[in-house]
Design a protein around this ligand. Structure first.
Ligand code: ADP
Ligand code: MG
Length: 465
């Protein structure tokens, strides 16, 4: 969301627009957001430039009257002072970070009984907002470039012995060119929480992005924790949701169940296997199994460096040799996963082809059975026709014979059967024979079934072939 759009109902204890700070060097323009530890504002500096101001305001232990901030109770004043001091120290540490992908901290000051830091204003939207509303901005080339820049930023942070501790999609702003800027370092919050009894109950973890050790009070924290959060952020970008929460994975492993994490390797076309393997590796449950540094991660995704490492034959330095060995292992793992995926795809294609061939064979078999049945039917009809023809010939012969007899009877003056020529079976007299012109019997048969059946059989023959 753009900073200006982020304005919602400002809490009553936030500074109202127009409030001057540091003798008018900064003027509050609007409220942006309130977390448990501080309030973020949009402001202007003396040069009328837009800046973002973060106010140290741990709301469970402090309150405001007018602009002034003080501890809620006298007993909490010491703890509150410690938190304000830690906020200032953290801000000064952050101010030393100078990197194009890290928000610039250019002022730290005390006013109103608390501390403030002034940050460069970044024109853009946060990554969570982009994932949800403009995912088409996040195509593979853009994601690869973004990953590279974020890793360089994280490497820079860690090289100054600072941990971010709250890397997540809502703490990365994207400028118009998809350039990512890391904001909202959570390390100060964590230090404050450890230093203060009152703050110890506050949440400094973000489900889905925090590694399991962030949930454990007093657990050791290392750069691998930030890398876990960065990997979880990229996982969200690539799949549309964060990975299974780390504490749930830990619980599953404690119960000797399989890790419910679904790896990326082999799942997403359009990405180099090593790119996905690196994210999977940074997302291991236990810190010791993860990628240990942003540089190591960068080397894995940098194809040229990988090739160099693979072709390097010998080296005197055991640390470098170890690094190369790990790179080669990672690369081999990536290649293996790619090969497995390709083999799975090939097997699936072969199975589909076999199924199609079987279906075609079955259809052919059905057509053949149908044709055989029809041919048999035709043959039977033909047989019947032939028998009928035999009967016809016999009947005609009989007729001829009877007519012969009739002629002989006429000539011998024998009386015809029946009382009159107009009654009974077909008249057999000379007149009747004349009325039925010659050949009537065979005409009655011609053009009927024998011809039809022959044609049909002619058609059938085409089938069986
Ligand atoms: N430097 C900045 N430039 C522009 N917007 C910012 C900047 N810093 C913070 N914001 C906006 O304010 C929101 C809250 O700031 P953030 O530093 O994340 O504080 P928190 O999450 O602790 O409240 C961010 O999500 C972002 O929208
Ligand atoms: Mg934030």
């Amino acid at each position: 969301m753009t900073a200006t759009l982020h304005v919602q109902g400002a809490p009553p204890d936030s500074l109202p627009p127009g409030t001057p700070l540091l003798q008018g060097q900064f003027i509050i323009d609007s409220f942006l957001n309130a977390g448990g530890f501080g309030i973020t504002y949009l402001a202007r500096n003396s040069l009328e430039r837009r800046v973002v101001l973060k106010e140290c305001y741990p709301s469970t232990m402090c309150c405001r009257s007018q602009a002034q901030v003080r501890a809620r109770t006298r007993g909490q004043q010491t703890e509150f002072d410690v938190v304000v001091r830690l906020f200032g120290e953290e801000a000064r540490r952050l101010a030393k970070l100078d990197h194009p992908n890290i928000v610039g901290v250019h002022d730290v000051f005390e006013d109103n009984g608390t501390a403030y830091m002034a940050l460069d204003y970044v024109e853009g939207r946060d990554l969570l907002d982009v994932i949800e509303t403009e995912p088409m901005r996040l195509e593979p080339a853009a994601i690869r470039a973004m990953t590279q820049k974020l890793l360089e930023a994280v490497a820079h942070v860690h090289s100054h012995d600072v941990l971010h501790r709250d890397i997540s999609p809502d703490n990365i702003l994207l400028d118009a060119e998809n350039g990512p800027i890391l904001i909202d370092f959570g390390a100060a919050r964590d230090t404050a929480r450890r230093a203060s009894r009152v703050l110890s109950a506050l949440q400094v973890v973000k489900d889905g992005y925090s590694p399991q050790e962030f949930y454990l009070a007093g657990a050791a924290q290392s750069p691998a924790g930030d890398l876990y959060s960065l990997a979880a952020t990229l996982y969200h970008v690539l799949t549309g949701e964060p990975p299974v929460y780390s504490h749930m994975r830990l619980a599953a492993l404690a119960e000797r169940k399989p890790d419910p994490y679904v790896p990326l390797a082999g799942r997403l076309p359009g990405y180099d296997g090593a790119f996905l393997v690196a994210i999977d590796k940074a997302l291991k449950v236990f810190a010791k199994d993860r990628l240990q540094s942003a540089e190591e991660w960068l080397e894995i995704i940098d194809v040229t460096a990988r090739r160099r490492a693979m072709t390097a034959q010998v080296t005197e330095d055991p640390a470098v040799a170890d690094r190369i060995r790990r790179l080669v292992e990672d690369t081999n793992a990536a290649v293996r996963i790619e090969q497995e995926r390709a083999a799975r795809e090939k097997a699936e294609k072969a199975r589909r082809e076999a199924e199609d061939a079987l279906a075609r064979e079955e259809a052919r078999e059905r057509r053949r059975a149908q044709a055989i049945w029809e041919a048999e039917e035709a043959e039977r009809a033909l047989r019947e026709t032939e028998e009928a023809e035999q009967r016809r010939i016999a009947a005609e012969a009989e007729v001829a014979r009877l007519e012969e007899e009739g002629v002989e009877g006429d000539e011998t003056g024998a009386a015809p059967h029946g009382d009159t020529a107009s009654e009974g079976p077909p008249a057999k007299g000379r007149a009747a024979r004349k009325a039925r012109s010659p050949g009537w019997f065979s005409r009655m048969w011609r053009g009927r079934r024998p011809v039809q059946s022959a044609e049909k059989i002619g058609q059938m023959e085409g089938y069986g072939a």
